[in-house]
Design a binder for this molecule. Structure first.
Ligand code: NAI
Ligand code: MG
Length: 497
C-alpha cells in the first residue's frame, strides 16, 4: 500500500468505527457488538464495523416500512424519483476514486480494475435504472367476458412496488452488487434493507452516505452489516419483508428460499455457476486464448459466471491450454494498490482454504495441474492462477464451483458432444463460445441451458443486458428491464362501464 496515498475521506472512513445506517441515521448495533473487516492483501484489520443481528434488522425493516407507507418517497413523482437515482449514479462517478480505494482495501482487487469496472458499472446501473422510473407502465386490456353479454368493461393493469425489500449481497463485487440490487428496487419505488457481505462492509456504507446526499429520503435504503447466519437469516425470514433478493452460494440460496416460505415473500436468487467456455478449432486463436484466460482469471475467478470449464476442440487443445497456462504464469500477483499488480488476493482465508481444498481433491482424483495449484507467499490470501487438465466429468473440480483462479480444461470432438457436456451441470449461469462460424455459434448458443451466452467475448456486462441463471443458478433476472418485474406487483383493475 506504500505505492498509493489513500484519499483523505477513505483514510477517515477506514480508521473510524463504522456504524449501521438505519432510517437515515448512523447507529450502533443494539447489542453493541462489532466485527473487524480485514485487508486480504495483508491479513490486517482495516476497520471495526457495527455487527447487526436480528434486532437491528427488525429496526431497519420497520424504518423501511414507515418510509414506504408514510414517507415522502411514495408521494414523489416518478420523475423526482428518477432524478435522485440519476444523482446517485453521478455522485458515484464523482467519488470514483474513493469507491475504488475502498473496494481494493476491502476485497483486494487491483485498483485499476475497481476504477475501470466496478465503480463505473455501478454508476451506469443507477443511471440506466433512473430512466426506467418514469416508464413503469401497465396495459389496457380488452375483455370478452362470456357470461356478461352486452356488458362493457374498461380494464387495465398497474405495476406497483412490492413494498419492503430485503437484499443480501456477496463480497466479490461489493459496490456493484449493491447497485444491481438497489437500482431496480428504487426505480420501481420500493424501500430496502441491504445486508452487505461481512467480508466487505465498507463500500455499501459509503454508498449510504452518498445516497443521502443525492436526496434519498430517510428509511428508503437501510444498510445493516452483520453475519449471514444472524443478520442475513433474520432478513430472509422477517414477516415484514415483502421480497428478498439474494446473490451468493447456491447452498445459502436454498436457505433463503426456505426462510421466505414463512410469509411467502417474493424471492429472486442469483447463485453459483460452473460455466463452460467452448473454443472451436476455427476460432481466432489469440482472441480465444486471451478470452479463456480472462473468463477465469478476471476478479481472481471470484465471479459467479467465471468460465471455469474450458472445452477446446481436440485439434487445438494442446495449443490453447498451453496459451492459457502461459498467461496464467505471466500474471503478476500482488497488493491491489501496486500499479503493476494484475491479480490481487482471494477475499479471505476461508476462500483460500476452500480453493486449496479443491486442488487437493483434484490431485487425489488424478487430475494434472498444468500450472499454478498453490498458495503464493505466506502473507495475505494469494492463490496462483491455475490450469488443470486430464479431468473426468465426475470429479469435484469439474462439477463444483471453486470460486478461485482455477480452470479445468478438456478436449471435445463434436458439436453434439459439447452441447451435452456444456449442459452436464446442475448450474446454468453463463457460457462462452469461440468460433468464426456464426451459424455454429448460434446453433450452440440455442442449445446451451444458461442465462448468458457470450460469443467471441466473455464477461461483457451492461446495465441493459439481463443477467441470471437457469437451473440451480437462480431465480429471476437482474439488470435490463426484466429486473423491474422482480420488484413490482401487477394489479388488474376492471370497471364495468
Ligand atoms: P454465502 O452465500 O454464504 O454469502 C453470501 C451472502 O449471504 C453474504 O452476505 C452472507 O452474509 C449471506 N449469508 C450467508 N449465510 C446466510 C444465511 N444463512 N441466511 C442469509 N444470508 C446468509 O457465500 P460465502 O460463504 O461468502 O462464499 C461461499 C461460496 O459461495 C463461494 O466459494 C462461492 O462458491 C459462492 N459465492 C457465489 C457468489 C455469486 O456471485 N454467485 C458470491 C459469493 C460466493
Ligand atoms: Mg457462507
Amino acid at each position: 500500500m506504500s505505492t498509493v496515498t489513500l484519499n483523505k475521506r477513505v483514510q477517515d472512513f477506514v480508521i473510524t468505527r463504522r456504524q449501521l445506517f438505519i432510517n437515515g441515521q448512523l447507529v450502533d448495533a443494539k447489542s453493541g457488538k462489532t466485527f473487524d473487516t480485514v485487508n486480504p492483501a495483508t491479513g490486517e484489520t482495516l476497520a471495526t464495523i457495527a455487527e447487526g443481528d436480528a434486532a437491528d434488522i427488525d429496526l431497519a425493516v420497520r424504518a423501511a416500512r414507515r418510509a414506504f407507507d408514510d414517507g415522502p418517497w411514495g408521494r414523489m413523482t416518478p420523475s423526482e424519483r428518477g432524478r435522485i437515482i440519476w444523482r446517485i449514479g453521478d455522485l458515484i462517478s464523482e467519488h470514483l476514486e474513493e469507491f475504488a480505494e475502498l473496494e481494493t482495501l476491502d476485497n483486494g482487487k487491483p485498483l485499476a480494475v475497481a476504477r475501470a469496472a466496478d465503480v463505473p458499472l455501478a454508476a451506469e446501473l443507477f443511471r440506466y435504472m433512473a430512466g426506467w422510473a418514469t416508464k413503469i407502465e401497465g396495459n389496457t386490456i380488452p375483455l370478452s367476458v362470456p357470461y356478461a353479454p352486452g356488458a362493457e368493461f374498461h380494464a387495465y393493469t398497474l405495476r406497483e412496488p412490492v413494498g419492503v425489500v430485503g437484499q443480501i449481497i456477496p463480497w466479490n463485487f461489493p459496490l456493484l452488487m449493491a447497485a444491481w440490487k438497489l437500482g431496480p428496487a428504487l426505480a420501481t419505488g420500493n424501500t430496502v434493507v441491504l445486508k452487505p457481505a461481512e467480508q466487505t462492509p465498507l463500500s455499501a456504507l459509503y454508498l449510504a452516505e452518498i445516497m443521502a446526499e443525492a436526496g434519498l429520503p430517510d428509511g428508503v435504503v437501510n444498510v445493516v452489516n452483520g453475519y449471514g447466519e444472524t443478520a442475513g437469516a433474520a432478513l430472509a425470514a422477517h414477516p415484514g419483508v415483502d421480497k428478498i433478493a439474494f446473490t451468493g452460494s447456491t447452498e445459502v440460496g436454498r436457505l433463503i428460499a426456505t426462510a421466505a416460505t414463512g410469509n411467502l415473500k417474493k424471492v429472486s436468487l442469483e447463485l453459483g455457476g460452473k460455466s463452460p467456455n467452448i473454443v472451436f478449432a476455427d476460432a481466432d486463436p489469440q482472441a480465444a486464448i486471451a478470452g479463456a484466460a480472462n473468463a477465469i482469471f478476471f476478479n481472481h475467478g471470484q465471479c459467479c459466471v467465471a468460465g471455469s470449464r474450458l472445452y477446446v476442440e481436440a485439434d487445438r487443445f494442446d495449443e490453447v491450454v498451453a496459451g492459457v497456462a502461459d498467461i496464467a504464469k505471466s500474471i503478476k500477483l500482488g497488493d491491489g494498490f501496486d500499479p503493476d499488480t494484475q491479480m490481487g488476493p482471494l477475499v479471505s482465508d476461508e476462500q483460500l482454504e476452500k480453493v486449496g481444498g479443491f486442488l487437493d481433491s483434484g490431485r487425489q482424483e488424478g487430475a494434472t495441474v498444468v500450472t499454478g495449484g498453490a498458495r503464493q507467499g505466506d502473507k495475505g490470501f494469494f492463490f496462483q492462477p491455475t490450469v488443470i487438465s486430464k479431468t473426468r466429468p465426475d470429479m469435484r473440480v469439474v462439477r463444483e464451483e471453486i470460486f478461485g483462479p482455477v480452470v479445468v480444461a478438456s478436449p471435445f470432438e463434436s458439436l453434439d458432444e459439447i452441447a451435452a457436456t456444456a449442459n452436464d451441470s446442475p448450474y446454468g449461469l453463463g457460457a462462452g463460445i469461440w468460433t468464426r462460424d456464426i451459424s455454429k455459434a448460434h446453433a450452440l448458443a440455442k442449445r446451451i441451458r444458461a442465462g448468458t451466452v457470450w460469443i467471441n467475448c466473455y464477461n461483457v456486462f451492461d446495465a441493459a443486458l439481463p443477467f441470471g441463471g437457469y437451473k440451480q443458478s437462480g431465480w429471476g433476472r437482474e439488470m435490463g428491464h426484466e429486473a423491474l418485474e422482480a420488484y413490482t406487483e401487477l394489479k388488474a383493475v376492471c370497471t364495468q362501464l
